[in-house]
Write a protein that binds this ligand. Structure first.
Ligand SMILES: Cc1ncc(COP(=O)(O)O)c(C=O)c1O
Length: 388
């Protein structure tokens, strides 16, 4: 019997090694890994540049308190702000902490400008923001909140992509709208560009902040650094995690100068957030992501995968209802049970992960090549045939 607390319904396979798009099981079996730590190992397993960065930093300095200036942290923050809407970054260890930091920054901003009554946040149904208490009740998914009351107050939830519902719920107490640019756990539901523009307009009209959770869909996954970029709008606060650490625990919250004004010394902190070891990996991830043509290649590979998956949908209209996603964040809405489908894929040595709405999520690493995408399509084809 395992001594690990049983909070996961784990599969019985365990892996000893990974390289690029592949994982190797204890018995030597090779799996095509399109889970990648749930959209986390964006450069695949054991990328040479990340290995080098972590090895070099591990010989110099692992951890130091945020009471001191950390040059690697300064560098990562500068690179993130130079290349995005943001002016400041605060570093965390995970996505849920980054989301919580967003909530704190939004509330503190209104407190600072003399409007402390503006402290409620509008969230959308089907969202996921992490497992800490505020993040749980922000998303308000009964599957996750049951038994964890009392409810953390301060959130007003509306249906997905329903602007009229948002307008109705706005009150003098509303501070912000928080949503994922692409709902991940909710079933790879892309918020259309026009909808993001509309949300920005609503926020501007009512003096609200727009917080876009890009923990799962950000850091290059869509072929833009942020998923919202192609809409042309700019949010006020963006939490990220997963991809920015390439598999090393790292989260961050990006914010504009205007909105950052409440966050003075002592208002927020973290023992580990932004330590030199994590920062060396974050910087190494950006070396690759900001490299020439990298993001353009993600877009091209995303189109290639999309085309192939849509062909599969046409070939198996009774198995696949819809291909969702953008770039290399993909979801197949299934007409057969998603868990059964994933089991078939595992039999064919491919890993995928489920989401709400009977969706199978596919997260190739961003360094995937077309041959590996073809291999994935062959395995999906076989699973479809067997489920038919
Ligand atoms: C959109 C989103 N926000 C927040 C989180 C929480 O991240 P973490 O598990 O690193 O706390 C996740 C995790 O899946 C996520 O997908």
């Amino acid at each position: 019997m395992s001594s690990v607390l049983g909070t996961y319904a784990r599969k019985s396979i365990s892996f000893t090694r990974g390289k690029g798009s592949y994982l190797f099981a204890e018995n030597g079996d090779k799996y095509l890994d399109f889970v990648q730590g749930i959209a986390t190992n964006i450069l695949g397993h054991c990328h040479d540049h990340l290995i080098k960065a972590i090895q070099e930093q591990s010989k110099k300095l692992w951890h130091i308190s945020n009471a001191f200036v950390i040059p690697e942290q300064e560098r990562l923050a500068k690179r993130l702000t130079d290349n995005t809407f943001a002016d400041f970054v605060c570093f965390q260890n995970s996505g849920t902490e980054a989301t919580e930091a967003s909530i704190k920054i939004a509330r503190k901003y209104f407190h600072k400008i003399g409007k402390p009554e503006k402290n409620r946040i509008i969230t959308t149904k089907g969202s996921f923001h992490g497992r800490t208490l505020a993040a749980l009740f922000a998303a308000n998914n009964p599957k996750h909140t049951k038994g964890f009351g009392p409810k953390v107050d301060g959130f007003d939830q509306v249906p997905f992509a329903d602007h009229d519902a948002i307008k109705k719920v706005i009150s003098k107490n509303t501070a912000a709208i928080l949503l994922e640019t692409i709902q991940g756990e909710g079933g790879i539901k892309v918020v259309p560009d026009v909808c993001l523009k509309g949300l920005r307009e609503i926020c501007d009209a009512h003096n609200l902040l727009l917080i876009l959770d890009e923990v799962q869909c950000g850091v290059g996954r869509t072929g833009n650094f942020f998923a919202f970029e192609q809409s042309g709008i700019a949010p006020d606060i963006v939490p990220i995690a997963k991809g920015i650490g390439g598999g090393f625990p790292l989260g961050a919250c990006l914010v504009t100068k205007k909105v950052s004004i409440g966050m003075t010394p002592g208002t927020h902190g973290s023992t580990f957030g932004g330590n030199p070891l994590a920062m060396s990996v974050g910087n190494a991830v950006l070396d690759i992501i900001f490299g020439k043509d990298f993001l353009e290649n993600v877009k091209q590979k995303g189109k290639y995968f999309d085309l192939g998956l849509n062909k599969m949908k046409e070939k198996y209209p009774k198995i696949i209802a819809e291909v969702r996603g953008r770039g290399l964040i993909k979801g197949l809405k299934m007409l057969v049970d998603n868990t059964e489908f994933i089991k078939k894929l595992i039999n064919h040595k491919m890993l995928a992960i489920k989401a709400e709405e009977n969706v199978v999520r596919l997260f190739p690493p961003l360094i995937v090549n077309n041959k590996e995408l073809d291999e994935a399509m062959e395995k999906i084809d076989k699973a479809c045939k067997e489920m038919g």
